[in-house]
Design a binder for this molecule. Structure first.
Ligand code: ARG
Length: 563
């Protein structure tokens, strides 16, 4: 049950229509100091409508409100403070968490609606950048959050696997390439060929003609061109998959740009039929003045398609295939202008899902102040950061808990979790500088801290043995228990908020808050003491463990039972 809703309802009937229930709900605050109640309503919100002093409004409201459902209601100055009935509330929340288990906090707001998520989307034959990593991790978490809200997310890896550069790559490979090298370290060597091509074509411009020729062949389905292209693609994917595997991220589809190569005509016809295309210096463009944007270039003067031409085809395909409830693109903020143009074009076309198109940008990431892109083009760098993190985690775990049986597995979950959590705890549009050692600490606002709090809860439950947990006679009135229970009660609303904002950091911050209140509770109480409250305390511990684990799962982070 949403207790804020209960407060809003009680207020609403007392206010008698002066403010909508929704407005009341949004005005209700959570006092920092619990002496001021569990919820507070600032009567300022009504002063204008009622033309009275807030203080007077508060006193009058207090008279009218049905107080029976609360422990007490007080007016303090211009505020109305609500104190929930602790016994009823605690038992109710713990009961709910224990009954629902990992389903606690789930809702069906999405009603099963399809949500394609364009995410990760690295470019073939190039290293995966930190930006692609962020897109992977953020997109994956948003998919989990959507599912928790009753949607059906479809994770689509829109690979950059088409374009004139593949003609160049084929020419370069045929001249200087060798199969063994590509197999050993595909990205590195493919980048080398590409770089060398650009060096040599300065003096040998005929190379460019050849490259154009080969790309044309590729477009026409020539056997050799296709064989080489799919091999480059396959080898690149192998190295990308090593990263995805480590992160534990899977995709539903890999419909990259090439997939749309033969599907672009429909979009072009659509634009023409609507009279949206016009010629500008030989090229075909769509005017977007109405949106305060520069014209979008759809076809080059030689008729060649562009990134946006393929994106229009992509949007049409997703629209027809999924009838998306939401249509998401998780792509770095450097493409903000481009996505504004894309959305504008789709709106002009009248594509049904254009209204639901949400571009979900995110900021830059640097590691210890350094950008992680590299000329030598090794995706390995990313892989190296993950490995280094796992190695560091292993060291810490071995010091802390030398007897842990499955150290390697836990080190992987903690090492990778630290990186994923360290990314997701930041509002996604912020740029972040990543310091591995900081993110790996077991104290502070880190993934390992939340994981450790979960493991601590599990260890308590193990120590308690087969003791029954029971939420029934919960009377735990100490403030630490009460804070923890209230935090547990906040989870469902946090799940909704994270979906509304497409913001995994809402969940990450929540998990830190829950871990902190729980650790305070842990420090203040003798949880395993044999008295009549023991099973209630264990119910609280069990509930915390469930919700911490579920929060981490939403972020794509594992929660080991021991560490
Ligand atoms: N491959 C692109 C890049 O690395 C990202 C693709 C984003 N998705 C899209 N539908 N345009 O910049």
């Amino acid at each position: 049950m949403d207790y804020k809703q209960q407060v809003a309802a009680a207020l609403s009937s007392a206010i008698d229509g002066a403010l909508s229930t929704e407005d009341v709900y949004n005005k209700i605050e959570r006092p920092k100091d619990s002496k001021m109640g569990d919820f507070a309503f600032p009567a300022f919100a009504l002063a204008k409508v009622l033309k009275k002093a807030p203080q007077q409004i508060a006193t009058e409201l207090l008279e009218k409100i049905d107080q029976s459902q609360f422990e007490k209601v007080e007016s303090v100055g211009p505020y109305l403070n609500f104190f929930l009935d602790k016994a009823v509330f605690s038992a109710d929340i713990l009961h709910q968490v224990l009954t629902d288990g990992s389903e606690y906090g789930s809702n069906n707001l999405g009603k099963g609606g399809n949500v394609p998520i364009d995410m990760s989307s690295p470019n073939i034959a190039k290293p995966m950048s930190m930006g692609h990593l962020r897109s992977t991790v953020i997109g994956n978490s948003i998919a989990n959050i959507l599912k928790k809200n009753g949607y059906n997310p479809i994770k689509d890896n829109h690979l950059g696997d088409w374009g004139t550069q593949f003609g160049k790559l084929i020419v370069a490979y045929k001249m200087w390439g060798n199969e063994e090298d590509v197999k050993k370290d595909p990205i590195k060597h493919l980048v080398d060929y590409y770089v060398r091509f650009h060096k040599e074509d300065v003096e040998h411009p005929e190379l460019d003609d050849e490259a154009r020729e080969w790309f044309k062949k590729l477009e026409e389905g020539d056997a050799e061109a296709t064989r080489l292209w799919s091999w480059f693609r396959e080898e690149s994917l192998k190295s990308f998959n090593a990263v995805y595997e480590k992160l534990g991220v899977e995709f539903d589809t890999y419909n990259g740009e090439a997939f749309y190569n033969d599907k672009m005509q429909e979009g072009i016809d659509w634009l023409n039929k609507k009279g949206l295309m016009h010629e500008s210096q030989g090229a075909q463009v769509v005017d977007l003045e109405k949106y305060d944007l520069n014209p979008a270039l759809i076809l080059k003067s030689d008729g060649a398609s562009l990134y946006i031409t393929r994106d229009i085809a992509t949007a049409i395909h997703r629209d027809k295939t999924y009838h998306p409830a939401l249509n998401l693109y998780v792509v770095g903020s450097e493409q903000a202008y481009y996505f504004a143009q894309l959305k504008a074009v789709l709106l002009e076309m009248g594509l049904p899902s254009a209204e639901n198109l949400h571009y979900i940008p995110f900021g830059l990431i640097t590691v210890d102040g350094k950008k992680l892109s590299t000329r030598s083009g090794r995706i390995i760098l990313l892989d190296e950061v993950l490995d280094e993190s796992i190695e560091m985690a292993k060291k810490q775990i071995s010091e802390k808990n030398p007897d842990l049986p499955n150290k390697d597995e836990v080190a992987k979950e903690v090492g990778v979790g630290a990186i994923v959590f360290g990314d997701l705890k930041n509002e996604r549009t912020n740029s972040i500088d990543f310091n591995l050692a900081d993110q790996l600490r077991f104290e502070g606002e880190t993934g390992p801290y939340v994981q450790y709090s979960h493991a601590r809860a599990e260890s308590l439950l193990r120590k308690a043995g087969a003791t029954e947990v029971s939420a029934d006679e919960t009377i735990m009135t100490d403030p630490e228990a009460w804070d923890t229970i209230k935090t547990l009660a906040d989870f469902p609303a946090t799940v909704i908020q994270a979906r509304e904002e497409f913001e995994p950091s809402d969940i990450a911050k929540y998990s830190i808050r829950l871990a902190k209140t729980f650790n305070k509770y842990y420090a203040h109480s003798k949880i395993l003491e044999e008295d009549d409250q023991k099973s209630a305390r264990l119910a609280l511990v069990k509930s915390v463990s469930i919700v911490l684990k579920e929060s981490l799962r939403l972020l794509g982070v594992k929660a080991p039972d021991q560490m």
